[in-house]
Design a protein around this ligand. Structure first.
Ligand SMILES: C[S@@+](CC[C@H](N)C(=O)[O-])C[C@H]1O[C@@H](n2cnc3c(N)ncnc32)[C@H](O)[C@@H]1O
Length: 335
């Protein structure tokens, strides 16, 4: 087993300060920092086809940020197993990025409310994170683990919840590019019950449980989340079968993620290119968006995108992106 890459956390500072670029200087290029630290006013330069354009947390798509940060290239190399300092950093910046009222509302009834700087014991069984050939990083049993054993917890205190796609992109623009690429890969849509509403949100566990890979086939599933009386995943995982030392721990993503909300919450396929549904679901969703474009008002109301900062030109871009994503996915499947 190859040793995990050692991660250099010495350059992590809070928050990322240098993602602001001139929006009136067409010669500005990535790297010309304007010392603007509010990601909602940040203008980052992205390349769309041959043309550069500027975007920020409001008018970028998540795919724009994926391209801007060159995540494809970043994932060509083995990514590190993150140190505790990195997870704490990611949680701290999340706390700084979010509206304190939202954080209080989300954790109102929770036994373990947000507490981004305390150490949380995640693994309850002998588990380690390491490289998983063909899947990036993954979680593995260090010793034999009998069926029924609690494997790990994923408490709310390590979970970042983004109520809008803008808040998600704002966060991405506040952290270093390589970590933003990781966050895009780890994030998934869920339905969240708030005081007065149930809404689709983006969820990212900023802990090593984000290294859990998808079982895909039922016969590879060896871990499952415990559910409450309503069948809702409680984010505590147990061994479904006897797990042998060295086995990868795999669960079904569909158990905890509302994948049908993928497009509604503003997460696009990149960064989730492998795990997200099958091609039919993707083209159905794409058709639904196309239909919606003829009736913009109804579509906005129906899919909850009203007020999320998506502009018409972005919607067109998204359609293009989705076509590209279809191609990406086919390539992945071929591989
Ligand atoms: C929640 S992350 C899991 C951790 C990820 N492997 C990493 O290195 O950060 C989800 C991503 O892991 C990869 N992945 C998950 N399950 C996989 C599988 N069964 N086969 C290949 N890749 C998988 C996909 O890239 C997916 O977008």
């Amino acid at each position: 087993i190859a040793p995990a890459l050692m991660e250099d956390t010495s350059s992590l500072s809070a928050p990322q300060e240098c993602l602001a670029f001139s929006d009136d200087n067409n010669d500005a290029s990535i790297g010309e920092c304007l010392n603007e630290s509010d990601p909602l006013t940040v203008f980052a330069k992205t390349k769309s086809g041959e043309d550069f354009r500027y975007c920020n947390a409001v008018n970028c798509t998540t795919d724009d940020i994926w391209d801007l940060f060159q995540c494809d290239e970043i994932f060509e190399n083995e990514r590190p197993i993150h140190a505790d300092a990195t997870w704490r950093y990611l949680r701290k910046i999340y706390q700084e990025a979010m509206d304190p009222d939202f954080l209080s509302e989300v954790s109102a009834d929770e036994e373990e409310p947000f507490s981004f700087e305390t150490d949380v014991v995640i693994f309850q069984a002998p588990i380690e994170a390491r490289h998983s050939p063909g899947k990036g990083r993954g979680l593995f049993a260090k010793e034999d683990i009998p069926a029924g054993t609690t494997l790990f917890r994923a408490p709310l205190s390590t979970h970042a919840i983004f109520p809008t796609d803008v808040s998600f992109r704002k966060y991405l623009l506040m952290i270093p590019a390589h970590l933003a690429c990781d966050v895009m890969v780890w994030s998934y849509p869920v339905l969240l019950e708030l005081t007065n509403s149930t809404t689709g949100v983006i969820c990212t566990d900023l802990s090593e449980t984000s290294f859990l890979n998808d079982a895909v086939d039922d016969d590879k599933e060896n871990a499952k989340c415990r559910t409450d009386s309503d069948g809702i995943c409680e984010m505590s995982y147990y061994a479904l079968t006897n797990i042998k030392a060295g086995d990868e721990i795999l669960a079904k993503y569909a158990d905890f993620s509302s994948t049908e909300l993928w497009w509604d919450v503003g997460l696009r396929s990149k960064g989730w290119d492998y795990a997200n549904d099958d091609e039919d679901d993707r083209s159905n969703a794409s058709e639904e968006e196309d239909e919606g474009e003829d009736e913009p008002e109804e579509n906005d109301a129906a899919d909850g995108k009203d007020g999320d900062g998506m502009e018409e030109s972005d919607a067109e871009d998204d359609d293009d992106d989705e076509e590209e994503d279809d191609d990406d996915m086919k390539e992945d499947e071929d591989e």
